[in-house]
Ligand binder design. Structure first.
Ligand code: HEC
Ligand code: HEC
Length: 271
């Protein structure tokens, strides 16, 4: 019996080792296996979830993404007369809605064509009676409207060509005067863009302004426009001074716009 009682006493270290080996080691192994399996499942789940999530996110940001993807400085491709007609004018003119001359209806177009191309173009750009300005699409350029007019008029027997009246180029003298007026009375805002003034280097803003024509710009500069003071805030400036400044601004803006063109063309894929 005594021998039996002489069983070796386990030391605390041995106890701990036994505990770790016999209890913790399997436990740790089990935990590792669980973690591993969960990891696999997790990654599978993740893949599915992230795909769905991705799609949801893409869906959510879509309007912004699309808006951001449009390069405001990208050269605008002017639509053909047929495209303009299909996209804008046809909504009335195809059926003769609101009393509009119907497409290909030579009788309806006859006396209108007789007014001459310039008058038709002016009416199409500015609107007349129930015919809305630019067919109701303010984004159409003058040239696009002209092409739309020509497309419809020629389909009814006219032989017009889509040309635009050219604004007379300012003389070097006017530009020099304009430059001086600009420096003293306009640059403070239009060089910096303060309070929303269109910087001369802002090619997209100026493309849009130029499209409105000099007459509009002269008037806006002389009378003031939203946030832009009349005569740049200097009532000593004559109309001619303000117009000269506008001429100079448009000239500078056109140079800036032209400067962006070669780069764009180089970037365009060759065909
Ligand atoms: C909302 C309907 C509508 C749309 C869209 C529309 N038109 Fe018209 N258009 C009319 C009406 C109505 C008239 C007749 C106006 C009148 O002489 O009383 C007319 C007349 C015209 C005339 C003849 C003007 C004249 O002096 O006799 C031209 C040119 C013309 N439209 C061009 C266009 C072009 C180009 C587009 C597209 C860019 C267009 N229209 C889109 C309704 C429309
Ligand atoms: C105090 C600041 C300020 C000064 C000075 C100033 N502008 Fe402006 N200008 C503006 C602002 C702001 C706008 C933008 C208005 C808008 O949103 O259409 C503007 C717009 C314009 C436009 C575009 C009009 C339009 O349809 O939007 C022209 C052209 C213009 N200014 C000419 C001039 C000229 C010429 C002078 C100098 C004689 C001048 N400005 C001086 C603030 C100024």
């Amino acid at each position: 019996m005594a021998e039996h009682l002489e069983m070796k006493k386990t030391t605390p270290q041995e106890f701990l080792l036994a505990l770790v080996g016999g209890l913790f080691a399997p436990l740790v192994a089990i935990i590792l296996i669980i973690v591993y399996v969960m990891g696999i499942q997790g990654s599978l789940l993740d893949a599915g979830a992230s795909e769905a999530e991705d799609k949801a996110v893409r869906e959510r940001i879509k309007p912004f993404g699309v808006a951001l993807a449009i390069d405001p400085n990208a050269p605008r491709v002017e639509r053909s007369g047929e495209q303009v007609y299909n996209e804008v004018c046809g909504s009335c003119h195809a059926a003769g809605a609101l009393g509009s001359p119907k497409f290909k209806d030579a009788a309806a177009w006859g006396k209108r064509i007789a007014q001459g191309y310039d008058t038709l173009l002016t009416h199409a750009i500015k609107g007349i009676n129930k015919m809305p300005a630019r067919g109701g699409d303010p984004d159409l350029t003058d040239l696009e409207v002209a092409r739309g007019v020509v497309y419809m008029a020629n389909a009814a027997g006219a032989k017009f060509e889509a040309v635009l009246k050219k604004e007379p180029e300012p003389t070097a003298e006017v530009l020099a005067r304009g430059k001086a007026v600009y420096a003293s009375d306009c640059a403070a805002c239009h060089d910096t863009g303060v309070t929303g003034a269109q910087k001369l280097t802002d090619t997209s803003a100026w493309s849009a302004l130029i499209k409105q024509g000099k007459d509009h710009l002269y008037k806006a500069a002389i009378e003031g426009s939203f946030g832009g003071p009349p005569r740049g805030g200097n009532d000593k400036l004559s109309d001619a001074d303000v117009k000269a400044a506008v001429d100079y601004m448009v000239d500078e803006a056109k140079k800036a716009i032209a400067a962006t063109e070669p780069a764009k063309q180089a970037a365009a894929p060759a065909n």
